[in-house]
Design a binder for this molecule. Sequence first.
Ligand SMILES: NC(=O)c1ccc[n+]([C@@H]2O[C@H](COP(=O)([O-])OP(=O)(O)OC[C@H]3O[C@@H](n4cnc5c(N)ncnc54)[C@H](OP(=O)(O)O)[C@@H]3O)[C@@H](O)[C@H]2O)c1
Length: 273
Amino acid sequence: MNKTITLNDGYEIPILGLGTFLARDEECERAVAFALTHGYDHIDTAQGYRNELQVGNGWKASGRTREEIFITTKITYGNQDYDATVESFQKSLADLQTEYVDLLLIHWPNVKAFDNTLDVWRALIDLQAQGLVRSIGVSNFTIPLLERLLAESSVVPAVNQVEFHTFLYQKELLSYCREKGIQIEAYSPIAKAKLFDNEVLQKTAKKYSKTPAQIMLAWLLNHNLVAIPKSTDEERILENADIFFEFDAEDLNALDNLEPRTRLVRELGVFDD
Ligand SMILES: NC(=O)c1ccc[n+]([C@@H]2O[C@H](COP(=O)([O-])OP(=O)(O)OC[C@H]3O[C@@H](n4cnc5c(N)ncnc54)[C@H](OP(=O)(O)O)[C@@H]3O)[C@@H](O)[C@H]2O)c1
């Protein structure tokens, strides 16, 4: 199984990354440094997580070189125009202690004033042209919102980061994104550890001698999706990286059909399912 996926702009993204939502202070720094020295090359943060400085510190503490690692950050929803985006991004670079980020995303679309989101997208395009960002993309975009973006811009996002896990197999969105060359990145990939009791998950975990979290993460990798599980616990960070194995067809099929369908993150009126 490949450990990276090539994006539509030619850059490679590591298929496994460490999520950092709710990771704070020294705990965040320690988790980032530990992950980067134990099998992870990719860290996911966001302006809104208020931990870019800690992510930067954790990377520095790891001793890894900048070129060896992949850093994603996101323009927060509060930055609704071109100038606010560019200005806030300068702070992100300073806090992350880097001259570029590998992937910059629009964290949430503004469904009521999508022109604002288009303005933010134009800023991302310019930041990429200036070499401050390698790849640009979006997050929490549905098919209709991607359609609106693509109608207005000739630059196709490299990534759409969305909630995606065994209990939210978004087949239509996935095939739309594949058709357009947009890589899906799965957030809340273990459904925030809330649904491990599921019988099929438990049975599959037993069969492969893995934990339910590992089964959920391997399922994403088996579908060629990038997964960014969050943990600040060393044992769980290691556990979540031991996921490079393949399922038999019948097990994959069973995991493809887990119930109940569950969406955990609903904000800003984006989702109506
Ligand atoms: N773009 C967006 O709008 C958006 C939205 C949500 C998330 N994200 C990104 O995606 C990342 C992951 O999503 P998430 O944090 O929502 O949820 P998640 O990764 O599915 O689950 C994280 C939770 O599970 C626990 N956990 C981690 N590994 C475990 C394991 N092996 N066994 C049992 N429990 C485990 C963690 O606690 P411990 O830390 O104590 O291990 C934490 O409470 C975020 O951190 C963030 O970077 C992006």
